[in-house]
Design a protein around this ligand. Structure first.
Ligand SMILES: [Zn+2]
Length: 291
């Protein structure tokens, strides 16, 4: 079973005119990411049908549809409607995660409704970009809810010393350690190879506190040298690594006009020289074991 643990889906309205969508809904950060003013966008776009066809081409069985860390609670609610439609139409192909905003009213009521609609997790989260932090009470109540439900929570993670890009807002690594210690049973997924956080697991003083932390590989070809995949396995063990693309982002912009699922699978298999057991774990069963 092959599972992509990190993808995004957008409605037809967004696909038609992303810039107008961002303007109408007052989402300048997302606008700068997907339609930057002075350079080419890395964003690809895909309809539900095209995404399923691309998954079929790469023999991807299921994809996790992550929400987005929209700046407004209303846009998060809108995203949850799109995701809900996709997962109810194709429950065998899509796994839905909730878009969460730290300023949302009655968050637990809203999460319970999402649960009834079939959602199975929360993410992609970035409460700092939404003007708050992990340590906000509202936010922590939601994390407790996820913990009680056995839901994984995926966070966007930036590198503390990584390259600068427009609208970059830090996701302090020590905050994830704090969260892991507060809720040792919460399944925490740190996206984008955790902004290299996994290498802090070499510190024996914090390693035992990170048992509940996992790392997805979304967008890694844009960020890191390909030697990272084998190094991650050696450092934290294959059980903690989840394959994810960030589809429909174009993570191979030099060679690819449209996104796909196969190129990244091939790259990891080749660069890390994966064994069959590692392939099975990283490309699917690790994520499924979190549900
Ligand atoms: Zn991200």
């Amino acid at each position: 079973m092959i599972v992509d643990s990190h993808t995004h889906g957008y409605s037809e309205e967004v696909l038609k005119d992303p810039r107008s969508f961002a303007l109408v809904h007052k989402e300048p950060h997302w606008q700068e990411l997907v339609c930057p003013k002075n350079k080419k966008s890395l964003q690809g776009w895909s309809t539900r049908e095209k995404m399923i066809a691309d998954m079929d081409n790469a023999m991807v069985d299921r994809a996790v549809l992550l929400g987005w860390y929209w700046e407004n609670p209303e846009t998060c609610a809108l995203q949850n409607e799109w995701t809900s439609q996709w997962i109810s139409r194709d429950p065998d192909r899509f796994i839905g995660f909730v878009s969460l905003h730290p300023g949302i009213q009655n968050p637990i009521e809203s999460l319970k409704r999402s649960k009834d609609l079939g959602f199975l997790g929360i993410g992609e989260c970035h409460p700092w970009l939404q003007g708050s932090s992990i340590r906000n009470d509202n936010w922590m109540n939601c994390m407790q809810f996820a913990c009680d439900q056995g839901w994984p929570v995926t966070f966007h993670v930036t590198e503390p010393v990584g390259h600068d890009y427009p609208g970059r807002v830090q996701t302090p690594l020590e905050e994830f350690l704090w969260l892991a210690r507060q809720l040792p049973a919460l399944k925490i997924i740190l996206a984008h190879a955790g902004g290299l956080f996994p290498f802090y697991e070499l510190n024996p003083k914090i390693r035992p506190d990170l048992k509940n932390v996992y790392y997805d590989l979304a967008a890694c070809p844009l960020l890191y040298d390909p030697s990272i995949y084998r190094k991650l396995i050696e450092t934290v063990g294959m059980e903690k690594i989840l394959w994810g693309t960030d589809y429909p982002l174009r993570i191979f912009p030099a060679t690819q006009k449209v996104p796909d699922f196969k190129s990244f699978q091939n790259l990891i298999s080749k660069e890390a020289n994966l064994t069959e057991v590692e392939r099975t774990a990283i490309f699917g069963t690790n994520f499924l074991s979190l549900l």
